[in-house]
Design a protein. Sequence first.
Length: 349
Amino acid sequence: MTNTPPTDPESSSKNALGFDDFIAVLVAFSTIGVILFWSLSRKNSDWNFNGILSLSPTQSPNIQQNQQLPSPVPQVQPNTETVPSPLATSIVQPTTVPRDIDQLPSTSVLPVTPIIPTTSPPVQAPLSSSKPFAQPFSLVTPAKKKSTIPPPIAFNDVTEDFWGRQFINVLSSRAMIKGFPDYSFRPNQPVTRAEFAAILQQAFEDRPAQNTPKFKDIQDKFWANSAINQAINTGFLKGYPNQTFQPEQKISRVQVLVALVSGLNLKTPTSPEQVLKIYKDAQDIPQYATDKIASATANGLVVSYPNLEVFAPNKEATRAEVAAMVHQALVYRGRLETIPSKHIVRLPK
């Protein structure tokens, strides 16, 4: 028999690992575990701490497209239940962006921190926003429309130095007295009773006539019918005892003032004779009109040109004189302002 070396026993799955093999396997798994742990712990560290700690009052991370920050201007959107925070009034662009912020999961919620702008200009609301406009825009509540007075008509026969120009301009600019189609006013032309009634109608605009008197000398289609009826009803004018009005009769200065005093219902002064002493021709004033003329003088209705001491009661009143006296009657009623004219008769103080 020959001595042959014994053969190695065949390996079996039932045989236990040797000590060296166990150590090798343990080292390998430990190394892999350390690498995985280091990698995962690095990412988690950046996510949980770096992204939050890196936020500063002057920095803001980039936001993914599916994330929205509160808008500085409230906007109404359908199916929206959340209201943006009123503190987030503006967003400042970041100077630096923390790394790996784009790897944040879409479900993460960042804390909303009020950011006060330092250098960026304030964001203004658009015109369609419900927020009030910022300067220079402003909302102005329209005021009540005021009546405007057109400039006076430049009549070609009323010169700059004409004594009654101011009175004519005031009344013509308010359509209380009119000129003629040729742009003339004819200031020195006498005024008929019908024309005077028409001026009273335009100037005072009193209540419409209710009782229409019948005059023998006025036809139904006469051009001044409505003006005459209104002057009669308001107490400015009267007819004559024979049921006539005499519309084409030239009206005198005393009749103009008696009509104005009657329509305004002015009171008679205590001593009318003493008031009338201001006129050199006071004796020419009709007896029926003395109280009325004294009242007209005391209330500043009398306008005389060229001499204030001459009343000339029976002189036919011109269009300029009628305009001046009607103007003074409207001043008494408070509808017009006083004109500083030297042709208005005033009692001495």
